[in-house]
Design a protein around this ligand. Structure first.
Ligand SMILES: Cc1cc2nc3c(=O)[nH]c(=O)nc-3n(C[C@H](O)[C@H](O)[C@H](O)COP(=O)(O)OP(=O)(O)OC[C@H]3O[C@@H](n4cnc5c(N)ncnc54)[C@H](O)[C@@H]3O)c2cc1C
Ligand SMILES: *[C@@H]1O[C@H](CO)[C@@H](O)[C@H](O)[C@H]1NC(C)=O
Ligand SMILES: *[C@@H]1O[C@H](CO)[C@@H](O)[C@H](O)[C@H]1NC(C)=O
Ligand SMILES: *[C@@H]1O[C@H](CO)[C@@H](O)[C@H](O)[C@H]1NC(C)=O
Ligand SMILES: *[C@@H]1O[C@H](CO)[C@@H](O)[C@H](O)[C@H]1NC(C)=O
Ligand SMILES: *[C@@H]1O[C@H](CO)[C@@H](O)[C@H](O)[C@H]1NC(C)=O
Ligand SMILES: *[C@@H]1O[C@H](CO)[C@@H](O)[C@H](O)[C@H]1NC(C)=O
Ligand SMILES: *[C@@H]1O[C@H](CO)[C@@H](O)[C@H](O)[C@H]1NC(C)=O
Ligand SMILES: *[C@@H]1O[C@H](CO)[C@@H](O)[C@H](O)[C@H]1NC(C)=O
Length: 515
């Protein structure tokens, strides 16, 4: 079924090979049929000397490149991929696609790890997907304790490089996740209570701008861009290197503990208290996941506890440790490489995440679990085929996270404007079959909106929607607050005056779309 769809799509992709859409807003007076002859964007890349880097749909490497996306929903088929091998080639790709002549402008997408769940953030149809996977080095600099992470690297490679050297860095919690997208949207990590968001640990970015120029952004040079990249995502340029400050010590106490859903009330109390108390022991982090799986027709609590020092059962976890009846426990002293392999999420589904951030109370958190149960039951009744999951995730966002952000120079997430410890809510559903997309998204939005409405009614709501978990239907940049929106708009205009990353690169959350 999928293969059939795929081959049909491939034929149409070939037929329309690189017939990139003209910039309609500029070209209203142009006869498009005359100009299409100029619009072979992939051929322009070949003509620019990048032929070895271009992968057309007739290439055996093309389908594996489509399948890089973690969520099946996101597996779009572009006119071609281009895989630059260094920053100079990224620059050449950009200048070629932007073109010096308005008839030759080509739409494109930029992909690092391809872990955005929804379609079109890091991929495109009728355009070129710039895949950064070949630019994937991870280099530690002992002289200043920084690590250079190139955008094609996944977190697993970062940790295996650093674990061997006995140092660490704040980063993603699953090994296969891309580094660049995560950092550009902020980045929640096991180290947040100690070190702020992942982006707060970046001390320098190397960026290719829309005009092809390669620049550095740090707290001395281009400092406005430096700050805007800390949460501002795909609005300014293509980041070709991230330099981060590392942390001492590689070993942690961490793992996964599972429980029956009958412990739900105790879990909610424990995660609320944990978030409120972590300021007193900033080495701790915890995620609580309620996982309903159709294949077993059960709901399980899956908790990830990670203490970023090699100490067994520290007091920060006492509330969790008092919950009896766990059904599995992998807690151990180990390293990030090992822990982030354990925390991989099953690929191979069509997936959606919806996210909000609220003042934690038992009221909305219990409602979220009730809604999960209702949604699960409705899907059991309605589904034409099985094998799906519905999950609720709770992650504390206490004020200590953004206190560290501010200390390290600040980001644009806007969380520092909240004076309460908050709780991030994530509703996650995963299914098979395009024919079930509307069913799952419909039931998912119903459940999610019920919880959001409750938090609004009880004055617990904030407009922060974590960008890295946000669905295309959400507006995470708006949630950064008007001062940060203004800042991001100013920086985007300054570094990309012609709006290349607003129009020619349609994927991702665009600041120009925020009122
Ligand atoms: C299994 C799983 C686990 C996760 N765990 C965590 C976690 O622990 N903490 C957390 O905070 N988030 C987590 N996430 C969310 C994750 O941060 C986002 O999915 C993020 O987008 C992944 O980065 P990527 O490079 O794979 O993204 P991509 O999908 O490749 O890109 C995301 C966006 O950034 C843009 N972009 C990519 N690279 C560049 C670049 N070099 N320059 C400019 N723009 C670029 C793209 O155009 C796109 O709009 C997880 C996601 C998954 C699926
Ligand atoms: C693949 O497609 C490209 C673009 O149309 C073409 O130039 C190339 O010759 C094709 N290669 C093969 C082996 O068919
Ligand atoms: C750290 O050292 C490396 C290697 O000497 C250098 O390239 C890099 O710019 C330095 N980074 C900072 C932030 O000083
Ligand atoms: C990380 O931990 C795993 C599992 O214990 C171990 O096999 C591996 O050697 C460790 N890696 C490093 C670099 O210490
Ligand atoms: C600028 O960044 C460097 C690290 O790269 C840090 O040592 C310094 O304190 C920062 N200065 C300011 C004003 O934030
Ligand atoms: C799934 O479990 C629920 C109870 O949790 C039960 O009511 C339902 O009958 C089960 N469905 C199947 C098909 O086993
Ligand atoms: C899980 O249960 C076992 C057996 O009762 C117990 O020894 C262990 O401490 C529990 N683990 C946690 C993290 O609570
Ligand atoms: C359910 O789907 C996932 C993702 O494709 C797959 O890994 C798993 O094996 C499937 N389970 C069953 C029982 O079919
Ligand atoms: C899990 O427990 C919560 C809290 O008691 C409850 O609301 C929910 O219905 C339970 N979920 C399932 C699937 O039984």
């Amino acid at each position: 079924m999928r293969l059939l769809t795929r081959s049909l799509l491939s034929i149409s992709a070939l037929a329309t090979l690189a017939q990139c859409a003209p910039d309609v807003s500029l070209d209203v007076d142009v006869d498009v049929s005359l100009s299409t002859a100029h619009l072979d964007c992939c051929a322009s890349l070949v003509a620019a000397g990048l032929g070895d880097r271009v992968v057309y749909p007739n290439d055996t490497n093309y389908i594996p490149l489509v399948d890089v996306h973690w969520s099946w929903v996101a597996r779009l088929e572009p006119s071609c991929f281009v895989l630059p091998e260094n920053a100079a080639e990224v620059s050449k790709v950009v200048t070629t696609l932007v073109g010096d002549n308005r008839y030759e402008k080509c739409q494109f997408a930029v992909r690092s790890g391809g872990h955005t769940l929804y379609a079109g953030a890091a991929n495109i149809v009728n355009g070129v997907t710039v895949d950064l996977s070949k630019i994937n080095a991870v280099t530690y600099h002992p002289e200043n304790k920084t690590v250079s992470i190139y955008p094609g690297a996944r977190w697993g490679k970062v940790y295996s490089t650093l674990d061997a050297l006995g140092v660490n860095v704040a980063g993603g919690r699953a090994a296969s996740v891309g580094t660049a997208g995560l950092m550009l949207g902020g980045g929640n990590s096991f180290y947040s209570a100690r070190a702020g968001f992942v982006c707060d640990n970046v001390v320098n970015y190397e960026v290719v701008l829309a005009n092809g120029r390669l620049i550095q952004a740090n707290n001395k040079t281009n400092s406005d861009l430096f700050q805007a990249l800390k949460g501002g995502s795909m609005n300014f340029g293509i980041v070709t290197r991230f330099d981060l400050m590392t942390l001492e010590g590689a070993d942690l106490w961490g793992g996964v503990v599972t429980y029956p859903n009958s412990t739900a009330d105790q879990q909610i109390d424990a995660i609320i208290n944990f978030g409120n108390n972590i300021v007193n022991d900033q080495y701790g982090s915890a995620i609580t996941i309620f996982l309903s799986a159709s294949v077993s027709n059960t709901t399980t609590v899956v908790n990830a506890y990670d203490y970023t020092k090699p100490v067994v059962r520290p007091a920060a976890y006492n509330d969790f440790l008092a919950i009896p009846g766990n059904t599995s426990d992998s807690m151990r002293i180990t390293n990030m490489t090992d822990l982030t392999i354990e925390l991989e999420q099953a690929p191979g589904f069509r997936d959606t995440w919806l996210t909000g951030t609220f003042k934690p109370t038992k009221g909305w958190m219990q409602l979220a679990l009730q809604q999960q149960a209702i949604m699960f039951d409705l899907l059991w009744e309605a589904r034409p085929h099985g094998n799906f999951t519905v999950q609720t995730l709770f992650q504390p966002i206490p004020t200590i996270f953004s206190k560290h952000s501010v200390e390290k120079g600040g980001n644009v997430l806007g969380l520092d404007r909240f004076t309460d410890n908050l709780m991030l809510y994530q509703l996650y559903f995963a299914w098979h079959g395009e024919d079930q997309d509307d069913l799952f998204n419909g039931k998912g939005h119903d459940a999610f909106n019920t919880v959001v409405d409750y938090t609004k009614k009880h004055n617990l709501y904030t407009e922060f929607e974590y960008l890295d978990y946000a669905d295309i239907s959400q507006n995470p940049l708006k949630g950064y607050g008007s001062a940060n929106v203004k800042k991001i708009k100013t920086v985007a205009k300054k570094y990309d005056p012609t709006g290349v990353f607003q129009t020619l690169v349609p994927g991702g959350f665009k600041i120009s779309k925020v009122a």
